[in-house]
Design a protein around this ligand. Structure first.
Ligand SMILES: Nc1ncnc2c1ncn2[C@@H]1O[C@H](COP(=O)(O)OP(=O)(O)OP(=O)(O)O)[C@@H](O)[C@H]1O
Ligand SMILES: [Mg+2]
Length: 214
């Protein structure tokens, strides 16, 4: 269960098991609890009660150090991408390994590799503001995959994109999933499911409506 300080119970009664390698769509109305669940999965919020284990780490009892360590093994694409406009694409993408102490020399080939995966190798020295919305979202994907995490969490990564661009972004996430990465993606774009099938976890007012239980 997750109760915010305001008293709002954002999630309750969830019981599920997401196998490594799954592609999961998190759907449900605005306020259903999608972002809350994603935040809990990277240790940004601790459950008020109950158990939550992510990549072998028990979130509720985890120390801050354990949460930091867990986050190095999770790629995160936030709602609204959160790129730093004062930093180049290179610096934005490099961030997850910068914080792990990698220097520029070691980072450059790795950043180039993930940028070429998303088709933006030529924008290494651009600033995010000079990119389109879809390109910015691809930069956010490159950043999320940089440290080669076993799991990627994406909060409405296709939120402000037109259909074709949204499909391209989804192609990239699906390609990562094919390589073994677990992907959990909150979305309102249900029509994407027809071209890109996956498990559907439906939340309604903080409760799980469909999906796997264990
Ligand atoms: N920091 C917070 N403090 C108190 N209540 C919050 C907080 N963040 C979210 N909530 C509430 O928790 C519930 C779930 O919010 P959440 O952001 O998880 O919804 P969502 O499914 O991601 O919605 P959307 O589709 O609009 O992004 C909502 O009722 C929201 O108002
Ligand atoms: Mg949300």
């Amino acid at each position: 269960m997750m109760r915010y300080k305001t008293g709002k119970v954002a999630l309750s009664g969830l019981n599920m098991d997401i196998p490594q390698g799954s592609f999961v769509y998190l759907v449900g109305e605005s306020g259903a609890g999608k972002s809350t669940l994603l935040r809990m999965l990277y240790g940004g919020l601790r459950p008020t009660s109950g158990q939550l284990e992510v990549q072998g780490t028990s979130i509720r009892g985890a120390t801050d150090a354990q949460v930091r360590e867990l986050r190095q093994r999770i790629g995160i694409i936030f709602q609204g991408n959160r790129l730093l406009n004062a930093r180049t694409v290179f610096e934005n993408v490099a961030m997850p390994l910068r914080v792990q102490g990698w220097d520029a020399e070691r980072l450059l080939p790795r950043v180039r590799k993930v940028l070429s995966f998303v088709g933006l190798e030529d924008r290494l020295w651009s600033y995010p503001e000079t990119l389109s919305g879809g390109e910015q979202q691809r930069v956010a994907i490159a950043r999320a995959m940089l440290a080669n995490p076993p799991m990627i969490l994406a909060d409405e990564p296709t939120g402000n994109l037109d259909d074709d661009t949204a499909r391209h972004v989804l192609d990239l996430l699906m390609a990562l999933n094919k390589l073994g990465t677990t992907v959990l993606m909150a979305t309102h774009d249900l029509h994407l499911l027809t071209s890109h099938p996956g498990l559907v976890m439906q939340l309604h007012q903080g409760a799980l409506m469909t999906g796997q239980s264990s």
